[in-house]
Ligand binder design. Structure first.
Ligand SMILES: Nc1ncnc2c1ncn2[C@@H]1O[C@H](COP(=O)(O)OP(=O)(O)OP(=O)(O)O)[C@@H](O)[C@H]1O
Ligand SMILES: [Mg+2]
Length: 257
């Protein structure tokens, strides 16, 4: 059993202009994700959802000014980015980065070696990659291409889930993995997430704008994220309410606070 605990998290970003004041983005996030649980986070554009995922993953641009993040009681904020990955945290980014000159196959094997602590045996590895590719309906030719380079939006998202399946984290943060997917890809990607959940008893933090992915990946918990904080938590019915009524109720309450 793994437990990711976020308490009173405050995060700033400092704009490129060195004279500029830091901008406060997260203003006291409280959230706990355990193995086997799926949490959905929904909230308006610019409310800080991606910032939260970057802060958990350790993006250097985002400074934690207050609060804690722990994984099984260990201080995540004291870890480097790769220590976080080795500890069992995984982030599928909203905008996956292109890495020209590094093939997918090299990248996957290097990442798996780092996370697992030893190089996977070649024969097993080839089989594992093949099975994962076929599960996600990815053409095998992709593994020889540079990471994400020239991939379509949906292809990038599929490859994020390919990594999820191969790196087998304890807790996975999926930032808008459903954005830009066609209906078939949405089903395939959701199946990939669900089989990760089943196989690894993984905990999932799913950031999304749409309830349609929640028909495939069923969350037990839904959180409304407004203005840098979780302002409401509930069950799956909360997602339906948001779909129906939008965020007005929550944004006006946050503005009045
Ligand atoms: N490097 C940065 N410089 C300036 N502002 C930033 C930076 N990074 C984030 N922000 C601001 O922080 C706020 C939160 O951004 P974030 O990407 O976390 O929102 P989000 O909830 O993920 O939105 P979306 O639903 O559109 O993905 C935004 O107003 C954004 O412009
Ligand atoms: Mg975002």
């Amino acid at each position: 059993m793994a437990k990711l605990e976020i308490r009173d998290l405050h995060v700033n970003v400092t704009p490129k202009d060195s004279d500029a004041e830091p901008i406060v983005i997260l203003k006291g996030v409280d959230l706990t994700v355990e193995s086997g649980q799926t949490h959905a986070i929904m909230g308006p554009n610019g409310s800080g959802k991606s910032t939260l995922s970057y802060a958990i993953a350790g993006h250097p641009k985002y400074q934690v000014t207050q609060g804690t993040i722990t994984l099984d009681g260990e201080d995540v904020l004291a870890m480097t980015v790769d220590e976080r990955a080795r500890a069992g945290l995984f982030l599928a980014m909203q905008y996956p980065v292109e890495v020209p000159g590094v093939s997918m196959s090299n990248f996957l094997r290097t990442a798996a070696t780092a996370v697992r602590g030893e190089a996977p045996k070649l024969r097993h590895w080839v089989k594992e990659v093949k099975e994962s590719l076929s599960e996600l309906e990815i053409d095998p030719s992709f593994v020889e291409r540079s990471v994400n380079e020239g991939f379509s939006g949906g292809e990038k998202k599929r490859h994020e889930i390919l990594q999820l399946g191969m790196l087998k984290p304890k807790i996975a943060i999926l930032d808008e993995t459903d954005s830009g997917l066609d209906v078939d890809a949405l089903r395939v990607v959701s199946q990939g997430v669900n089989s990760y959940r089943e196989r690894e008893n993984g905990g999932v933090l799913l950031i999304t704008h749409y309830t349609r992915i929640l028909r495939y990946i069923k969350p037990e918990f839904v959180h409304v994220f407004v203005n840098g904080r979780v302002v409401e938590s509930g069950g799956p019915e909360l997602a339906d309410e948001l779909e129906e009524n939008g965020y007005v109720k929550f944004t006006s309450a946050a503005a009045g606070a």
